[in-house]
Design a protein around this ligand. Structure first.
Ligand SMILES: [Zn+2]
Length: 195
């Protein structure tokens, strides 16, 4: 396999750039945007297969074509966002906010909290009058995730669900009925064997 003359990277839409830095060989792959001319460079192993090279750029948001350089477009040109914006700005938001659905302002949260105080039994831990996170969300015209988040913030934990409780009560009543029928049956069978 001494065929160093033909490289799998020849005639590709990207360029393979090899440099020697402090005596060490370093290979970068560069892709040029057909629209704005931006060059993006990714450091990779020189033996990286062409499709893998391309997939690294794709993962960065590029539109790629393995042979056609004019079909390679940078993420900024694709999305229309300014290219000065570093991708880190997105993840720079506090981690705690990730739990909450995006959007509620302090005012909105206050409004939801006020509404919740009127329809949630904080002590017993349940909604009043068949209300749920969903009905509150509908009433206020906000996503139900916001209601849930606001409820969590207030410490309004659902300890029991009236709907679940009513089903549990029914099961208990049925169980009692079954026990009564069973003892009736037992009594009849006892009478028959003894008689
Ligand atoms: Zn571009």
């Amino acid at each position: 396999m001494g065929e160093q003359m033909t490289s799998p990277h020849e005639n590709r839409s990207y360029r393979k750039k090899s440099t020697v830095i402090e005596g060490r060989y370093r290979t970068d792959f560069a892709l040029t945007c057909a629209t704005c001319g931006t060059v993006d460079t990714i450091h990779m192993d020189p033996v990286t297969p062409p499709d893998v090279v391309l997939s690294k750029f794709t993962r960065r948001g590029w539109a790629t074509d393995i042979r056609n350089p004019s079909a390679c477009v940078c993420p900024s040109c694709l999305t229309g966002k300014p290219k000065t914006m570093p991708p880190e700005t997105k993840s720079a938001e506090p981690e705690t906010k990730a739990e909450m659905p995006k959007g509620p302002t302090v005012q909105q949260l206050k409004r939801i909290a006020e509404h919740l105080r009127g329809c949630f039994h904080a002590e017993n831990g349940h909604y009043l009058d068949g209300q749920t996170d969903h009905t509150v969300a509908d009433a206020l015209g906000v996503p139900w995730g916001w209601v849930r988040a606001a409820r969590d913030l207030l410490g309004f934990t659902i300890k029991f669900d009236p709907e679940v409780k009513s089903i549990r009560d029914e099961i208990a009543a049925l169980a009692e009925m079954i026990l009564a029928l069973q003892s009736k049956l037992d009594a009849i069978e006892r009478r028959r064997t003894n008689g």
